[in-house]
Every structure is written in structure tokens, then in C-alpha cells.
Design a protein around this ligand. Structure first.
Ligand code: MG
Length: 303
């Protein structure tokens, strides 16, 4: 960054590496609520979801722009909290906030970030998976979805399940993992899990022209996930696990002969399935007895 906030526009130095650019918007009432989240965490998450996209490309975050549409009745403290949280996480991930724009609105608060990053090696794309590649995921799945369920349905459980609640309100973008994947030339394709495991696996499968089989027993379910599912009395834990979304873990594929370590940048990595030839974009969940699971109107069914 040659010049940050203060002029008509920021000035960035040219890079020897490919630049990746992304933007993501959070709308009050749709993506966040002031009664569920402190403003500071809303600010953190607004940048975190963009950091996660840059991580999924295997790039190093560089410069961010912040666009805010604010209600005139929004308290000054809320604005300050959002700004504080955003600057805090920008510092943690070595990204610079180089500019932005603030407007007044009669509608809900809208927070939008545009972030760029440098792909130090080749950018990681969704389209590189091949039949025979193994499928991996970082960290644990479903915690964010259960955290949201607790906040909405059983807020009295939040203190005892603060880990899953934090996973929803203050997700951790896997930037160091993305860089390790691209530096080690480990991954053939990569995506961050924002929509839910099955849907995001489908994005890789479709772009790569493969199908995927994911083994149910291998999907990483943390102790915190199990405890929260138990406290909520969930009969169906599979839906939050594979379709909950907002995990912000990295889902990637790698050729079968590539040695993928059990953890990358301190984050556990789990092998969960395999890519195959066949119907492009199809993702199948396989139970331990070999039966296949499909989501029907009545829930998950073996067939
Ligand atoms: Mg993404």
C-alpha cells in the first residue's frame, strides 16, 4: 500500500503476483442482527467472510475497502464497534483498510467489503479436481449452524456452548491454510465452506466436471458440536453438519499420490471422500454400511 485512506483513492504498488479480488455484503436482518451480536463482532465477521474467500484462492490478503449504509437512528457506539472490530481483524491478518464510503439509509444497515490479495503461487481454483482425487476438509463442520440455532431458539444455552456460538459470530478465516496449500502445491481445487459442505462440494464438482462421494463417518464432528446437538435435543444432526453453512473451513481436493499432512498451519485436516467420473456436480453422502443418503422432504433417507 503506497497510500491509504485520505485522498480521492488509495494507491497500491504493482505486484509480481496475480491479484485476486472479492467482495461480500452483510445486510442487517438477513446476515446479522444487533440483538444477537455485539457490533465489534459484526465488524470482524464482515471482513472475515472476505478473508475466507481470499484464503480459498490461496492468496495473501492485502487491501480492503469498506462500504457502509447506516440508519440515521443507529447509535454512535454501534458504528464505533463495527469499525473497531473490522480494524482489529484487518490487523490480525495483515490486511490494510485503504478506503471506503459511508451513506445514510432509511432501510437496514448494509456493510460491504471488497478485499484483494496476492496469490504468491498459482491461485487455487474450483475447477482443478480430477477423478481419483481425494477430498479433504479443515477443522470441524456444523458448529456455526448450531451456534445460530442456540442464539435463535435457546439463548439460555449460549454461555455453556460459547465455542459454537463464537464459531457463528466470529468465524476464523483459514488464511494460513490456504497459503500452505498453494505453497506446497498440495491442492488441485479449493473452496471455502460458506453455503454448507454438500453445496460447496457441488461447486467444486460442477466446475471440475467430476462427481464426489463423501463418507459420513469421516466428517469431522467436534466435541463442541456433539454437546450442542445434545443440549438442543436434535434428532437430525446431519443437516447442520453438511448443510448448515457459514463454517468458513476450506474444502479441497488433492491427487491420491500427494501426501496431505494431518494438519496445516495448526488446523486439523480430514480426508472425507473421493472424486469420481460420472454425473458432473453430483455429491453423494455414503453411510458406513455403504448405503447412500439423500435429503428428502422427510429428512435424510437411505436408498
Ligand atoms: Mg467462497
Amino acid at each position: 500500500v503506497i497510500l491509504g485512506i485520505g485522498d480521492d483513492a488509495a494507491v497500491l504498488a504493482p505486484s509480481a503476483h496475480p491479484i485476486v479480488v472479492t467482495c461480500d455484503t452483510m445486510v442487517e436482518g438477513t446476515h446479522f442482527r444487533f440483538d444477537l451480536s455485539p457490533p465489534r463482532l459484526i465488524g470482524r465477521k464482515t471482513l472475515a467472510v472476505n478473508l475466507s474467500d481470499v484464503a480459498a484462492m490461496g492468496a495473501r490478503p492485502r487491501a480492503a475497502l469498506l462500504m457502509m449504509s447506516l440508519r440515521s437512528d443507529l447509535e454512535r457506539a454501534s458504528f464505533d464497534g463495527i469499525a473497531q472490530g473490522l480494524l482489529e481483524i484487518a490487523y490480525e491478518y495483515d490486511a490494510a483498510l485503504v478506503g471506503g464510503d459511508t451513506t445514510r439509509t432509511a432501510g437496514p444497515v448494509v456493510l460491504s467489503v471488497s478485499l484483494d490479495g496476492e496469490a504468491m503461487s498459482e491461485p487455487l481454483l474450483r475447477s482443478g479436481a480430477r477423478p481419483g482425487d481425494r477430498v479433504y476438509v479443515t477443522g470441524a463442520l456444523g458448529e456455526s449452524a448450531l451456534g445460530l440455532r442456540i442464539l435463535l431458539d435457546r439463548p439460555e444455552l449460549a454461555p455453556a456452548h460459547s465455542e459454537v456460538v463464537a464459531r457463528h459470530l466470529d468465524p476464523t478465516p483459514r488464511v494460513a491454510v490456504g497459503l500452505a496449500l498453494t505453497e506446497g502445491r498440495l491442492a488441485s481445487a479449493c473452496i471455502d465452506v460458506s453455503d454448507g459442505l454438500v453445496q460447496d462440494a457441488g461447486h467444486i464438482a460442477r466446475r471440475s466436471g467430476v462427481s464426489m462421494r463423501l463418507e459420513l463417518d469421516r466428517l469431522p464432528r467436534s466435541a463442541a458440536f456433539r454437546a450442542a446437538a445434545g443440549a438442543l435435543g436434535l434428532s437430525d444432526w446431519l443437516t447442520p453438519l453438511v448443510a448448515g453453512g457459514e463454517d468458513y473451513e476450506l474444502l479441497f481436493t488433492a491427487p491420491a499420490d500427494r501426501r496431505v499432512p494431518e494438519s496445516l498451519a495448526g488446523v486439523p485436516v480430514t480426508k472425507i471422500g473421493e472424486c469420481h467420473e460420472g454425473l458432473s456436480g453430483e455429491v453423494t453422502l455414503v453411510a458406513s454400511d455403504g448405503s447412500e443418503l439423500a435429503l428428502t422432504r422427510k429428512g435424510w433417507e437411505h436408498f
